[in-house]
Design a protein around this ligand. Structure first.
Ligand SMILES: Cc1ncc(COP(=O)(O)O)c(C=O)c1O
Length: 382
């Protein structure tokens, strides 16, 4: 046999796994990987066990438990004015990651191009590569990390099949506004090109700005897959339950892939989430305030450090520029900070195809206030 030739030769262990492992080995506070150090709401946990006891333990329908799809439909109608039919336009998936993968594979063919904006979430490109397509990277420039529309216009061509956007944006905390979506819609008008909109942080947008979804933009919605994650919303990243909202024709293709990928998603979690969405909409409606308090606490606690920070506008991530502290490149700095000062962070260079020469790391502030205070105390010593 020939030596095995990898289909993803450029892919190693993700930076999130690397930094979380290093944090554990070093006894560092882990502000690297994006997960809360607090629990999901108790009532939601109780509902999960209740549904397990009630016997909701076998395969659910392929598209997701009907009650959950109905709740999702009601939610996107009330938040975004979107009329999504639970029967034909909403699919429950095993995390947003599965939804992203299925969306890409349902429409992207070998030889086509997919545009992503760097820094980009790390699961996009491998899925595009496995589909045999090319990933075209357009950098977002600091400090605002807004989209350079002229660069998008130049990159679009007959081979462009998909543009992937992410708002609120991981890792930069930037957000897209209505004007941005208008501009995107007009850029795409001449092309037979779809949009994959990663909106997993839809409920974490600060300073009363509010989230702008592609679902609220009729021109874009008709060519978009919008992807969401219950893991982010309910402090339960390990549950891996997400969903995709897309027009009927797109959903039909999406489900062809989903059906033979995971087929379904954990049944009792779906029933519990359906109940909880109905019983407690205050949870997701109050999430921006909940995380804004944490963001503000972290910014205040970090005030006396030599990190330079522009307040994050959304997500539970905060970028910090560290050139007053060190000349080290980002990955080396992140390792040094973790091993020597016992606070783990993510180098922003990890999210780029060609990293710019910046000195920026990402902190996750989805943590108890004591955790954030302890981390800031360690960082004040730098
Ligand atoms: C931008 C972005 N998209 C997708 C995901 C994946 O979400 P899930 O855990 O629901 O698969 C994450 C998780 O960190 C993310 O930050």
């Amino acid at each position: 046999m020939q030596p095995l030739k990898s289909k993803l030769p450029g892919v190693g262990t993700t930076i999130f796994t690397v930094m979380s492992r290093l944090a554990e080995e070093s006894g560092a506070i882990n502000l690297s990987q994006g997960f809360p150090d607090f629990q999901p709401p108790q009532a939601l946990l109780d509902l999960v066990t209740e549904h397990m006891r009630r016997g909701h333990n076998q395969y659910p329908p392929m598209a997701g438990v009907e009650a959950l799809r109905e709740q999702i439909s009601a939610k996107v109608a009330s938040l975004y004015g979107a009329m999504a039919d639970p029967a034909t336009e909403i699919t429950v998936t095993s995390g947003a990651t599965e939804a992203l993968f299925c969306a890409i594979h349902s429409i992207v063919r070998a030889g086509e191009e997919v545009i992503v904006f760097d820094p980009a979430y790390d699961s996009y490109e491998p899925a595009v590569t496995l589909a045999g397509a090319a990933t075209i990277h357009i950098p977002l420039e600091p400090p605002s990390f807004g989209i350079d529309w002229d660069r998008l216009d130049s990159a679009l061509n007959e081979r462009t099949r998909l543009v992937i956007i992410n708002t609120p944006h991981n890792p930069t905390g930037s957000i897209l506004m209505r004007e941005d979506l208008d501009r995107l819609a007009s850029a795409l008008t001449p092309y037979d090109c779809y949009v994959l909109s990663d909106e997993v942080y839809e409920h974490i947008v600060f300073d009363d700005v509010g989230h702008t979804s592609v679902l609220a933009h009729p021109d874009l919605a008709e060519r978009s897959f919008a992807v969401f994650s219950f893991g982010k919303t309910y402090h339960a990243t390990g549950w891996k339950v997400g969903y995709c909202v897309a027009p009927e024709a797109l959903t039909a293709e999406f489900r062809r892939v989903h059906q033979f990928n995971t087929f379904t998603t954990v049944t009792p979690l779906q029933f519990a989430l359906a109940d909880y969405l109905e019983l407690c909409p205050e949870h997701h409606l109050g999430l921006s305030d909940f995380y804004q308090d944490k963001r503000d606490y972290f910014l205040e606690a970090m005030h006396d450090t030599r990190f330079v920070m522009e307040p994050s506008r959304g997500t539970y991530f905060q970028l910090a520029e560290y050139s007053e502290i060190s000349e080290l490149p980002e990955e080396e700095f992140a390792r040094w900070l973790t091993e020597t000062h016992k606070v783990a962070v993510i180098p922003v260079s990890a999210f780029y195809d060609v990293p710019p020469d910046t000195r920026i790391v990402r902190f996750c502030f989805a943590k108890e206030l004591e955790t954030l205070e302890e981390a800031a105390q360690r960082l004040r010593a730098l």
